[in-house]
Design a binder for this molecule. Structure first.
Ligand code: SF4
Ligand code: SF4
Length: 354
């Protein structure tokens, strides 16, 4: 490897992890190409709403627009509508380049690469697959992602039309901590996201009745206490227990049975918002076959352990963001910084050793 050549990196996935990595690598003099299978950039976060009340709720969603603005001024190349087809390796199995293919035309292109970051993110759990909560059958049951649309489009009042003081319930751990669907892990982000959403509703609509059903609340971090205090101060009902089946009740209401102190408690709501968990991106299986990076028991990329956890078993291939396990935006941004630091360290070592 010539020591005076500019180093290059290819990033697969243009969600917030891939974009943050692209920005940092480019700022450190690396030639960066971002490959994105879909036609747009930003991933899930591009569709999430700002949950600020009179104060910021520190969800980090707006980091995305800052990163995109910085990338607009950078030499980073974007190839949307392209996918990774194969990788090229050189001496000692070290990555030397990638082959990418355009979805529609099937055009092929070869890109030199000293480093490859896999940052394909996650997919959200589809609650209709379990058939327990009435999602896709009962009109009033929506996911947290669908609730975000009401906030992003500034139409919270339309969440429950023609209903004074509606009753709203959040169900936590939908598609997470659930062995029956192979997801016996915590998705890390949904307690905070559910609480922020409940706080946003109750702040904008103080006369609405808001409950949040949980197993236990995973809200570690600097702002955890603030979130919980705000929720309690606003009168949000925090109910420990996971409701079972949802059923139609008195016309267009939703009946729920939950367990409290060993007793079944019946209740009714106007809207139920399911805090759906993170699942591995199904594309991970193809990319595992192409790159040699293994998958863990859940289907997330298998990274190395300890201080090396953004490196993989394959030389020159790294992971960033929720494709290696569920995480919130703050942790995703930290993982992008760490993966970038690992790449810069490795590139520097190769320069010195070349
Ligand atoms: S961090 Fe979240 S809540 Fe705060 S301003 Fe940004 S998007 Fe809004
Ligand atoms: S973050 Fe909360 S809602 Fe999400 S899986 Fe973990 S415990 Fe359940």
């Amino acid at each position: 490897m010539p020591s005076n050549s500019k180093k290059s990196a290819v990033i697969v996935g243009a969600g917030i992890a891939g974009l943050a990595s692209a920005r940092l690598l480019s700022e450190n003099g690396v030639d960066v190409t971002v490959i994105e299978k879909s036609s747009g950039i930003g991933g899930h976060v591009a569709n999430w709403g700002c949950m600020a009340t009179s104060e910021c709720q520190v969800c980090h969603c707006c980091s995305l627009s800052d990163i995109i603005a910085a990338l607009d001024e950078s030499p980073v190349r974007f190839m949307t509508g392209w996918q990774l087809e194969s990788i090229n390796t050189g001496v000692g199995g070290q990555l030397s380049g990638v082959i990418v293919v355009e979805n529609e035309s099937r055009n092929i292109r070869e890109i030199p690469a000293d480093a490859l970051i896999l940052s394909i993110g996650f997919e959200t759990f589809d609650p209709s697959s379990k058939g327990l909560w009435g999602y896709g059958v009962l009109d009033g049951v929506i996911t947290l992602a669908e609730f975000d649309d009401f906030i992003r489009e500034d139409r919270l009042s339309e969440l429950v039309p023609d209903q004074d003081a509606p009753r709203i319930a959040f169900f936590q751990c939908v598609g997470s901590r659930d062995k029956s669907i192979g997801a016996n892990y915590c998705s890390q982000y949904c307690c905070k996201a559910g609480l922020r959403s409940a706080i946003r509703i109750k702040t904008d609509k103080p006369d609405w009745d808001v409950s949040l059903f949980y197993i236990d609340l995973q809200v570690a971090g600097k702002y955890a206490t603030t979130l919980l205090d705000n929720a309690k101060d606003l009168g949000i009902h925090l109910v420990q227990g996971v409701p079972g089946e949802v059923f139609p009740y008195q016309g267009n209401k939703l009946g729920v049975v939950s367990e409290k102190n060993g007793l079944n408690v019946r209740d009714q709501f106007d809207r139920i918002i399911l805090s759906v968990g993170q699942r591995p991106n199904p594309t991970a299986a193809d990319l595992s076959r192409i790159t040699g990076v293994g998958l863990d028991n859940f289907g997330f990329f298998r990274n190395l352990e300890g201080l090396d956890r953004f490196r993989t078993s394959e030389k020159g291939i790294y992971v960033a963001g929720a494709c290696s396990g569920p995480m919130d935006i703050e942790t995703t941004l930290t993982s992008a910084e760490a993966a970038t630091a690992d790449i810069l360290e490795d590139l520097s070592n190769w320069r010195e050793g070349s």
